[in-house]
Write a protein that binds this ligand. Structure first.
Ligand SMILES: [Cu+2]
Length: 244
């Protein structure tokens, strides 16, 4: 009885193996698993292995990324509210804080509320409206000297080469125009990429005001959008840096 049961079990196992072989060979032309089919199976298994491996490595990578994200959250600076004073001159921008100290660039984190109070360097009445230390700093600057310095620093090109007129001549033309009605004296301040703009009238009695919240990390140019003479195209400077 024992032997018979054992034989029956063997027969059952054999049947199951035959069925399995038949099932594996169903897609083959001749019902036999050929080399190509085996390669497919191997390749598939390989992909699974690769998948498992990449999952493993993904798990390994996740931890440091999460730690880095936590660190950034902890160190992220709070947005600020800041007011700065801007002077548009031939051909650049000067930036001052409320104490009259000049800033190379205005820098603050995303979400900061920025207020720019802007004047034309010729608009003496508008400049008088600014806080006293700011007005004093502006009055102490020689804007012709500043223009020559800008050329030395490479902020604006040699106008003789670029525009066919020397910087001295260009400044004389621009400044002579101050006593006349002419567009060369005026500037307009646009913060590129932010979408704010204000006209800076050389005869203006009041400063212009631009207020905005910085939404995206990056560096932003102040640009002149009012034709103001030979250096106009170069009156653009990176003056605002928004940090993450
Ligand atoms: Cu201009």
């Amino acid at each position: 009885m024992m032997r018979r049961r054992s034989l029956m079990r063997q027969a059952t196992v054999l049947s199951a193996l035959l069925l399995l072989v038949a099932a594996c060979g169903v897609e083959g032309d001749d019902g036999v698993t050929d080399a190509t089919d085996e390669q497919d199976v191997d390749a598939s298994a390989g992909e699974q292995d690769a998948g498992a491996a990449s999952e493993d490595s993904a798990e390994e990578v996740v931890e440091p990324e999460e730690e880095a994200a936590e660190d950034e959250t902890v160190e992220a600076p709070e947005p600020v509210q800041v007011t700065v004073y801007v002077v548009g001159y031939h051909w650049g921008w000067a930036l001052f804080d409320e104490d009259g100290s000049e800033l190379e660039v205005l820098e603050g984190p995303v979400g900061s509320e920025v207020e720019l109070i802007a004047v034309n360097d010729h608009a003496t009445h508008a400049i008088e409206q600014l806080p006293e230390p700011v007005a004093a700093s502006i009055a102490s600057l020689d804007w012709h000297e500043r223009a020559h310095h800008d050329v030395e620093m490479g902020h604006i090109p040699d106008l003789e080469e670029a525009e066919g007129v020397s910087l001295g001549e260009a400044l004389t033309i621009a400044h002579d125009g101050h006593d006349h009605i002419g567009p060369a004296q005026d500037h307009a301040l646009m913060v590129a990429g932010i979408g704010v703009e204000a006209f800076l009238d050389s005869h203006g009695d009041e400063p212009a005001r631009l207020a905005f919240t910085v939404g995206e990390e990056g560096a932003y140019d102040f640009r002149c959008t009012e034709e103001c003479g030979p250096g106009h195209d170069h009156q653009r400077r990176e003056m605002l840096v928004v940090t993450g």
